[in-house]
Design a protein around this ligand. Structure first.
Ligand code: PLP
Length: 427
């Protein structure tokens, strides 16, 4: 099945110079199947209008499309459609929560919002493996409110070190924000254990689901998180669209940060009342074509089956890890048991950008740099790494082409002999 569906992705037929394209950068953004691309043309040729305004036929069709997309997301990740807020991307979704709490802490949103208020003496907890999108907004919130920012450290194996969980997450903790899956290490974090601790102390749980929703079955209601965020573009969908998912009563109480048209009930010259969620967070003209395309992407993923996607990627990841270990001079970051098919590594003596350029010369697309996770790289004693991330359209041939090119990297840079670290160990 997986070898057949590769043909659904036109870009995978592309060549990079003389080489076939080997795309192993889906952790950054996924490629799109033809049906998702076609949805744009179909939407703009047959259904295009602004939503929630106007009584004409196209406006009704566009609104139906927009709301059907919400239902598709709810079917994918659990909850009801009114728990699904459209955003520009996951970064915006996480900022809406952090900035909403900031506003609540400064008296906005009335009595209902006071449950979110934090200040001096309170703490916000994140982890050392966060993408900057789920770190910087919480740093900003801590600075704006006087709350303390704490973090759960990462072990050498690239797992969360929960030894001191009870003291890091304590009675002062108002928010526990963490990633479901590390975008660098591929580690799948123990959501249930973290949520259980948050419940004991009454903290809100915010889950960064960017690297889980595209790759495995995820149900936010079952996970019992309060808020969650992910981006459509990593899950076969278009850029420019993300999801903020939340418990309905919390979304209705959280003050919006973007205000203006389409999110109000009554406006006077000096005041405004806001609609309930999800509309209270959707100010301005909305990305309807993107929603239509994402609904198609969700349909595609659901038809393949996210449990099968997960198994397929785990198997590719296993092959990558096993074979990378046989190439001298390469250190994989982390060694978690429970992981998706994402592998980040350091090549002894060659900067990640040079690794990336050599691989690109062989048609292999990978991510290089800090992957928006500088603290995690610092934890592993490097400033940058190379990351290969798989998705449902990758196959054994991609793995082979990548490994062949990777084995050539150190010899290409004149470093064919035993790497420095291994020499030091042997002596
Ligand atoms: N969180 C994680 C774990 C990610 O991998 C990413 C993207 O790489 C983000 C957040 C931010 O997603 P976006 O850039 O789509 O807002």
């Amino acid at each position: 099945m997986f070898s057949r569906l590769r043909g659904d992705f036109p870009i995978l037929r592309a060549r990079v110079g003389e080489s076939p394209l080997t795309y192993l950068d889906s952790g950054a953004t996924s490629q799109k199947p033809e049906c998702v691309i076609d949805t744009f043309t179909e939407y703009f040729t047959q259904r295009n209008a602004a939503v929630h305004r106007g009584a004409h036929t196209l406006a009704v069709m566009a609104t139906d499309t927009f709301e059907a997309g919400r239902e598709a997301v709810a079917n994918l990740v659990g909850g009801a459609p009114n728990q699904v807020v459209w955003t520009k991307n996951a970064t915006e979704a996480l900022n809406i929560v952090a900035l909403g709490i900031d506003r609540a802490s400064h008296g906005f949103g009335g009595e209902a919002a006071q449950r979110f208020a934090i200040g001096e003496g309170d703490s916000i907890v994140v982890t050392e493996m966060e993408h900057h999108a789920n770190l910087v907004p919480w740093q900003q919130l801590a600075q704006a409110t006087g709350a303390q920012l704490r973090w759960i450290p990462v072990t050498d194996d690239g797992e969360l070190d929960l030894t001191d969980l009870e003291t890091i997450v304590d009675e002062t903790t108002k928010v526990l924000a963490f990633t479901h899956v590390s975008n660098v290490l591929g580690t799948i974090n123990p959501v249930a254990e973290l949520v259980a601790r948050a419940r004991e102390v009454g903290a809100f749980v915010v889950l960064d689901a960017c690297q889980s929703v595209p790759h495995m079955p995820v149900d936010f209601t079952d996970l019992d998180v309060d808020f969650a965020a992910f981006s459509a573009h990593k899950a076969l969908g278009p850029t420019g669209l993300g999801v903020l998912w939340g418990k309905a009563e919390l979304l209705d109480a959280l003050p919006p940060v973007l205000t203006g048209g389409s999110m109000i009930t009554t406006v006077t010259m000096d005041s405004a009342e806001f609609m309930p969620a999800p509309q209270r967070f959707e100010a301005g003209t909305q990305p309807v074509a993107e929603v239509a395309a994402f609904a198609t992407a969700i349909g595609y993923l659901t038809e393949v089956g996210l449990d099968r996607v997960f198994d397929h990627e785990v198997e590719l990841g296993r092959q990558l890890l096993e074979r990378i270990a046989q190439i001298p001079g390469i250190r994989v970051l982390g060694n978690a048991e429970n992981r998706i098919g994402t592998v980040a590594f350091d090549v002894d003596g060659v900067h990640a950008h040079d690794v990336g350029q050599y691989l690109d010369s062989q048609g292999v697309a990978v991510r290089v740099g800090h992957h928006c996770a500088q603290p995690l790289h610092r934890r592993f004693g490097v400033t940058a790494s190379t990351r290969a991330s798989t998705y449902l359209y990758n196959n054994g041939e991609d793995v082979e082409r990548f490994l062949t090119a990777l084995a050539e990297v150190r010899p290409f840079f004149g470093l064919a002999d035993t790497p420095a670290a291994e020499k030091a160990q042997a002596s």
